[in-house]
Design a protein around this ligand. Structure first.
Ligand code: FMN
Length: 320
């Protein structure tokens, strides 16, 4: 997730109970190949390079081979397990530039892009897709089949259309149909928040795995929590949301370039604070803070004023 799933955030997850697998935020293949400023930070797979894919978006097929070759030549510490190609981002500026979900209307170009990536990358190769601009299952199946033939190992599928906002539900019937027709594993994504949701997708919709986005920012302990729920070792220890907030700020300072500090915290806290009792109040205060110290002060004041929000049941905040 852009501006959020950077190394600092993924380290926070690792400390609280990591996901089985993670993805970096999407990086521009063009900018990465051109050695633009900060690209090494966008594409930093640590702390768990062997369980992380770097995600690229590209405006042309040819650039992706160069980006993959550059990643292949990295030393072990910063070479990821996988590379993921974004065919799913529907943000207008990305689509206008010909990246993300704009590729869904050009299956041959997208297939060429995957082939070129495959030629230069021996690790896991995956793609992220959406339904596309129209609800046309045959077009979706054809697009997906061309990607599969070109060498993908798995696909993550967020079954919303390009213009479908988060308030409308993902179309999991379309997901189930594609999982049935697709010859490689399909990872489900969209509005997944708890064990029940994951099991439903695995058992009834043919999902190979479940990908959690926003809920992992609201509850960064979610992966450890669900894992212990699944293996029966759940401890009902309260979560200290204040300590986690401060830890995140420290990780940002330690791991991200200085010009990213404020924005990384603002983006993280805009989701992290969504389930607080006075969410708008604290979000407003944090977004308008002018330094990390003043963010720390705002958090301290908030938890002093609303102590019941600090130590919470780890399941708290799940929208069931
Ligand atoms: C702030 C934000 C940034 C995102 N950035 C990316 C991205 O870089 N790459 C990507 O594939 N999807 C991105 N997405 C989409 C998410 O990966 C995911 O498909 C979507 O949020 C639905 O999953 P969720 O309900 O678990 O959040 C982003 C979503 C949000 C809200």
């Amino acid at each position: 997730m852009v501006g959020i799933t950077n190394r600092a955030f993924r380290t926070l997850l690792a400390e609280l109970g990591p996901p089985d697998y993670a993805f970096t935020e999407m990086a521009s293949a063009e900018a990465f190949v051109a050695n633009a400023q900060f690209e090494e930070f966008y594409t930093d797979p640590r702390p768990s390079a062997q369980a992380t894919s770097i995600q690229f978006y590209a405006r042309s097929a040819s650039i992706i081979g160069k980006a993959c070759a550059k990643i292949s030549s990295r030393s072990e510490e910063t070479r990821p397990r996988g590379i993921d190609i974004n065919f799913g981002c529907s943000a207008p500026h990305i689509r206008r530039a010909g990246g993300g979900s704009a590729w869904s209307s050009n299956p041959e170009g997208a297939a060429e892009l995957v082939s070129l990536a495959r030629q230069e990358w021996n690790g896991i190769l995956s793609a992220k897709i959406r339904i596309g601009s129209v609800d046309d299952y045959q077009a979706l199946l054809m697009f997906t089949s061309r990607l599969v033939e070109s060498g993908l190992d798995f696909i993550s599928f967020h079954p919303r259309m390009d213009d479908q906002k988060f308030r409308r539900k993902p179309l999991y019937d379309v997901f189930g149909r594609l999982a049935n027709d697709c010859s490689i594993p399909l990872v489900a994504n969209g509005d997944i928040k708890d064990q029940a949701g994951i099991l439903e997708l695995l058992n009834s919709k043919g999902a190979y795995a479940a990908m959690i986005g926003r809920e992992a920012v609201r509850r960064p302990w979610i992966f450890g929590y669900i894992r212990s729920e699944m293996n029966g070792s759940l401890k009902k220890e309260p979560i200290d949301r204040y300590a986690i907030a401060l830890r995140y700020v420290d990780l940002v300072v330690e791991m991200l370039p200085r010009p990213w500090h404020m924005e990384s915290c603002r983006r993280f806290f805009s989701y992290y604070c969504e389930t607080f009792s006075f969410a708008h109040h604290i979000q407003y205060r944090l977004v308008n803070s002018d330094s990390l110290d003043s963010m720390r002060d705002e958090l301290r004041d908030y938890f002093n004023q609303v102590p019941a929000d600090r130590f919470i049941n780890p399941h708290f905040g799940a929208r069931l």
